[in-house]
Design a protein around this ligand. Structure first.
Ligand code: SF4
Length: 465
């Protein structure tokens, strides 16, 4: 099937990582502002079937070890193709390019990040044309109703820029189309298996009010994909009985999770980051991370270049969040889910969000209640947790009321998780430092240390003097 490709192509290469030292070139990624991948349904006469075009430098002329802009435009035609399928077909770029030996593809849409290994380059993979050939072949194989397909790669920065802007408006129009419908109005949700090759216990549930973590698949996309390819990776989930409308727990979702995760995940709360949170694979657009010191959530998006208010960068928290696990207080999310009225609704929604990057806060302004918008700190307002506490108090953030209810800074947190980069304990005259510890406790009392007192913290809630 792939005789013309100088490297191997197959499922076995999915999940392969290309480390910085092994990379020939990088396309997109965190150092490049404007990058995209986009699928567009066109009329038959607009598509030159099988054509592959490269606008800008090709891999063979790119400098080793450098990062380059990239736009991938896949145009398809066929009488059964609908606009609703564009997002789903676009998501397959991630899957298909990861089948290529020595080629890594991460993320989606405007966040794409690709690397080619030196080894595959030496074997002859020196042109984007090979990537185009693989995409065309696999699309034809999986979607026989695609009658015509052409692929364009854009690496010239001047040409990527206007197309990136256009792609952003197309993503926004797609997402907007999917807003308005509620979970209560449907009896079917959709699941996606695409990321199980990276995270075998990850069970993605897509509802009208919970966009996929990767930000690439809406409920409408799910419906279109499951309708046209019922045996494909995107499938229908009968919603079943609603067990908890606030947390978002459904019998059908639980049964599906059990089956798809081989018994690892038995319950899912769609709208909480605690208890049985939705699993996170690794493709999430952002992370909601719990900050126990203020009993609130920080939000960080992929691509945020700095450390967050808890002193950790996105990459460190992504390690704690990913892998198809249910981690209390580390929750993979998409931008579109943050526009949902059900965003973290069981945990307090935006009344519990205390920090996020300024750019994200501005982008979400129409969706964040005006009553709390100014009280959510950004990197321009605070750099540390003590500064954050002061900011929240000064701005009357709703989360401050939770401190009062729980005893203020000497607060009690019940049934939640305490996390810290380094957690110091004092016992028998020694300091014991737990690095990157995660401790679950029924009850934690946090009290400031005062001179003359020792042993202020006790996970059972009994004070020791
Ligand atoms: S994050 Fe979820 S919806 Fe998106 S590709 Fe992965 S499994 Fe599918």
């Amino acid at each position: 099937m792939f005789e013309d490709i100088p490297v191997e192509v197959g499922l076995v290469y999915e999940g392969e990582r290309v480390r910085k030292d092994d990379m020939q070139v990088e396309l997109g990624g965190p150092h490049i502002a404007e990058k995209f991948e986009l699928v567009q349904v066109k009329s038959g006469d607009e598509v030159n079937d099988g054509a592959i075009s490269i606008i800008g430098p090709d891999i063979s002329t790119m400098e080793e070890g450098k990062s380059y802009p990239i736009g991938i435009l896949v145009e398809i035609a066929g009488p059964r193709l609908e606009r609703d399928l564009e997002g789903v077909i676009e998501r397959r770029i991630h899957e298909y390019s990861n089948y290529i030996e020595g080629f890594m593809h991460l993320n989606q849409r405007y966040d794409v990040w690709m690397r080619l290994s030196k080894k595959s380059f030496r074997k002859g993979f020196n042109s984007l044309r090979y990537l185009g050939l693989v995409l065309i072949e696999l699309y034809r194989n999986d979607f026989p109703f695609i009658e015509k397909i052409q692929v364009t790669f854009i690496t010239d920065p001047e040409k990527v820029r206007p197309l990136y802007t256009k792609a952003m408006s197309i993503y926004e129009a797609r997402d907007e189309r999917a807003r308005g419908l509620t979970d209560e109005e449907v009896d079917t949700f959709y699941g996606c298996d695409l990321c199980q090759s990276f995270a075998p216990t990850h069970v993605c549930v897509i509802t009208p009010q919970r966009y996929a973590n990767c930000g690439a698949i809406s409920w409408f996309d799910g419906r279109a994909a499951a309708g046209i390819d019922p045996d494909g990776p995107i499938y229908a989930i009968a919603k079943g009985e609603c067990l908890d409308p606030v947390k978002g727990e459904y019998t059908g979702v639980n049964e599906n999770a059990k089956k798809k995760s081989m018994g690892e995940v038995n319950r899912i709360y769609l709208y909480s980051a605690f208890g049985y949170p939705h699993t996170s694979c690794g493709c999430f657009e952002g992370i909601a991370f719990f900050i126990p010191e203020v009993d609130g959530f920080g939000i960080v998006m992929r691509g945020f270049p700095d450390v967050t208010v808890n002193g950790l960068p996105f990459s460190t928290m992504a390690d704690s969040t990913a892998g198809g696990r249910q981690i209390d207080g580390f929750h993979g999310i998409s931008i579109e889910y943050m526009r949902s009225k059900k965003f973290l609704q069981a945990d307090g929604g935006y009344d519990r969000v205390v920090w996020m990057p300024r750019e994200t806060r501005e982008r979400l302004k129409p969706f964040i209640p005006g009553s709390v918008y100014d009280a959510i700190a950004t990197e321009s307002d605070v750099r540390t947790i003590p500064e954050l506490k002061k900011f929240l108090l000064e701005h009357g953030h709703p989360v401050v009321q939770r401190w009062a209810a729980g005893g203020g800074e000497e607060g009690v947190m019940a049934g939640e998780v305490f996390t810290a980069g380094e957690l110091p304990l004092n016992a028998g005259g020694f300091w014991i430092i737990l690095k990157n510890a995660r401790i679950t406790a029924d009850r934690v009392i946090v009290k400031p240390v005062r001179p003359g007192k020792i042993g202020e913290a006790d996970v059972h809630g009994t004070k020791r003097q």
